[in-house]
Design a protein around this ligand. Sequence first.
Ligand code: 5GP
Length: 347
Amino acid sequence: MRIENDIKLGFKDVMIRPKRSTLSSRAEVTLARKFKFLHGGDAWQGIPIMAANMDTVGTMEMAAALAEHQLFTALHKHYTPAQWKTFMETGGTAITEQIAVSTGTNDADAKKLAVILAENSTLRFVCIDVANGYAEKFVDFVKSTREKHPGKVIIAGNVVTGEMVEELLLAGADMVKVGIGPGSVCTTRVKTGVGYPQLSAIIECADAAHGLGGQIISDGGCKVPGDVAKAFGGGADFVMLGGMLAGHEESGGQLVEKEDGSKYKQFYGMSSETAMEKYANGVAEYRASEGKTIEIPFRGSVSDTVLDILGGLRSTCTYVGAQSLKELTKRTTFIRVQEQHNEWFGE
Ligand code: 5GP
């Protein structure tokens, strides 16, 4: 047994210190970024915020809505090749720079991925997603995907430490997804005791990735636009959101109407009992569910939420004098705090 004594930080442990700035308005801030990838193909341009590849968030409807704002969607892995074909023919091709096809890591997943990519050659982004990115089998899957699909941009995760980020980039990933346990409907930390405070994970993993010319995606734990700003301030290249984009018209999950007329949308973790019953005939005896199922008050169209997030982010940039999102991390000084916002009248 060993103890690491360095303090590791989450979003709630810091605030961003304001700095003297020459910017006079939020309108002067550019949120779009341009990235070159370590292995796969041409540069990418857009606003680097991404809907999570959960079946309640990473839907085709969400992808269409977010692409209008230049945001990205990692579509969930349960779409069939037939659904992909129809989607690409009815608008998907036009937003191919804003979508990724997700996959698990077994043989059937690899075959399905190959079919989807063969039938939709304009697709450029592949998201290989497992709960625990530390398994050797996972690294092997990243390697074989890189060999089979050399021109694609490969996202791989999830991990939380620099050495594993490096290993995945060297195995063929372009971007590594970072986050174990911070998710809004995740119970991994409760069930297993495993995890890493998200802001420290971002800071350490970004350093490792940038040293090799790769990128990281901060995945999970953002509850408010300020957390998204802190993730970018810590060095995240992309920020992936689940809960913040759930509960909308474009989200998946059942719409529930209560007797008093109030509306809710179901939201659940991808390893919750709900998801396992839907896709894997229940929770296998050897594993525990590591996700929750909740109901979120219905929030209408996702566009309003997106504008709120982007407005917050522009404002962060003006507070620290960053003319573009790219500059935000250079201009960020975090201060450690023991308080966040005033909760007297609610959130
Ligand atoms: P959020 O933005 O809601 O805080 O976090 C979204 C992330 O939570 C997802 O992208 C994914 O990495 C993670 N996640 C989704 N479902 C589950 C689950 O059932 N269990 C765990 N441990 N994590 C989950």
